[in-house]
Design a binder for this molecule. Structure first.
Ligand code: HEM
Length: 410
């Protein structure tokens, strides 16, 4: 295959199966110049070592001011869109990032996550009960994994955890889906601004309610959390809630969806897990490696000139790192293109690395382990209902990769 001079990351043919192209890039052009949807040029790095080095080099690569950098003023009516996008801790460098991360970590603890275990089990069982009841009523043993299972689990759990009232949840999903496809361009910001404004109004009111009447939930805790006299400002808090809602479901949804597809297209691995459920922890790590929900994380900006992957990345240039590609690098993984749920050596980058490493990874692991365990135990005859190459991706930007629908029989 001849590599295209300019790779279009949103080209549906590339998105359908980017792995062969990634393999060629790693071999022949580990730093590729491409154009972002907003028109700016960027580098795409695809080798494990280079991806890891950018993610862990907090001094030379910034996640800040990805949008609205020097010269490109943001129109006032789009300010909420960029406020949510830029004020999240993922878009901050130290010391501001350190400050935000410390505050959220005081409330979003491993103990808090562990307490959710019974809720996640009950929810997964209940969702499949509903599917079985429907099958009895219709006589058809079919389900759509994304809508019936992979989507409701993380959404319900994060909404419960944050303390979002039932009545607001459907709107939040709609607004959050609009934001999920945001690529940073002004043109797209125009398309989603109405949703984002409604979202911000809703969150402001909710935070006010929680301040007036605190409850046993994460928003109430975040509203009052203190560290050495430091507190979250109103904008900090809104952006934090937004990132937890968004990161809390768009990603885990895809782990359950992509992971189920991977297991169903590798029957021997499915059977291995079915007969040996104790492999679940390793299996989830392998599914995160094999087809990770975050294909490319937030863009980085070089703070100074950096020599990497055989090129000089100039100060101010945009760098994308291919997590999905790094996870298939034969230089980092034995039989990198094979799915092996009993893999022991597995330093995948599915949760990122360095100071921005996923703060929700304990929750994501808990949800995914339970989701797969319950699904496989209750539906040992699970099979794809359509050929694997007919499955379509959920529309979205270049950052997340997951299925729009996954019809199966059981
Ligand atoms: C399978 C599920 C998940 C995957 C694959 C995932 C992946 C990632 C990755 C790759 C990053 C680093 C991004 C970067 O460096 O640019 C990240 C950061 C983050 N994740 Fe997750 N995530 C998942 C679930 C969650 C959940 C459940 C939450 C919260 C409830 C969450 C909250 C966050 C936050 C807040 C950050 C930013 C951390 C920081 O900037 O310090 N994620 N995640």
């Amino acid at each position: 295959m001849v590599l295209p001079q300019r790779l279009d990351l949103v080209d549906p043919r590339f998105r359908a199966d980017p792995y062969p192209i990634y393999a060629e890039l790693r071999a022949d052009r580990p730093a590729l110049r491409l154009q972002l949807p907003d028109g700016r040029d960027a580098w795409l790095l695809t080798r494990y070592a280079d991806v890891e080095s950018v993610l862990t080099d907090r001094d030379r690569f910034s996640t800040q001011s990805f949008l609205g950098q020097e010269g490109s003023a943001i129109p006032a009516h789009l300010s909420n869109v960029y406020m949510l996008f830029n004020e999240i801790m993922l878009g901050k460098d130290p010391p501001e990032h350190t400050r935000l991360r410390k505050l959220v970590q005081k409330t979003f603890t491993t103990r808090l996550v562990e307490r959710l275990r019974p809720n996640v089990v009950d929810l997964a069982e209940h969702l499949l009960d509903t599917v079985f009841e429907r099958a009895r009523a219709t006589g058809e043993r079919r389900m759509e994994v994304i809508a019936d299972y992979a989507f409701p689990i993380p959404v319900t759990i994060i909404m419960d955890l944050l303390g979002i009232p039932e009545a607001g949840r459907a709107d939040i999903r709609k607004w959050s889906t609009a934001l999920a496809s945001f690529d940073g361009s002004l043109a797209q910001a125009e398309l989603i601004v109405a949703s984002v404004d409604a979202f911000v109004d809703y969150l402001r009111k909710l935070v006010q309610d929680k301040r007036n009447t605190p409850a046993e939930d994460l928003i109430s805790a975040l509203a009052v959390v203190e560290d050495d006299g430091d507190r979250l400002s109103e904008d900090d808090l809104l952006a934090m809630i937004y990132v937890l809602i968004f990161a809390g479901h768009e990603t885990t949804l895809h782990l359950i969806g992509n992971g189920t597809r991977a297991l169903l297209t590798h029957r021997a691995e499915f059977e291995k897990l079915r007969h040996n459920p104790a492999l679940i922890d390793r299996a989830v790590e392998e599914l995160l490696r094999y087809d990770p929900p975050v294909e490319v994380p937030r863009a980085r900006i070089a703070v100074e000139d950096v020599d990497l992957a055989g090129v000089t990345i100039r100060r101010g240039e945009v760098v994308l790192v291919g997590i999905a590609s790094a996870n298939r690098d034969p230089g980092a993984f034995k039989d990198a293109d094979s799915l092996d749920i009993s893999r022991v050596e597995n330093r995948h980058l599915g949760f990122g690395k360095g100071i921005h490493v996923c703060i929700g990874l304990a929750l994501a692991r808990l949800e995914a382990r339970i989701a797969f365990e319950v699904l496989i135990r209750r539906m040992p005859e699970l099979r794809l209902a359509v050929p694997a190459d007919e499955l379509e991706l959920r529309p979205g930007g270049i950052f997340l990769r997951g299925l729009a629908a996954l019809p199966v029989t059981f």
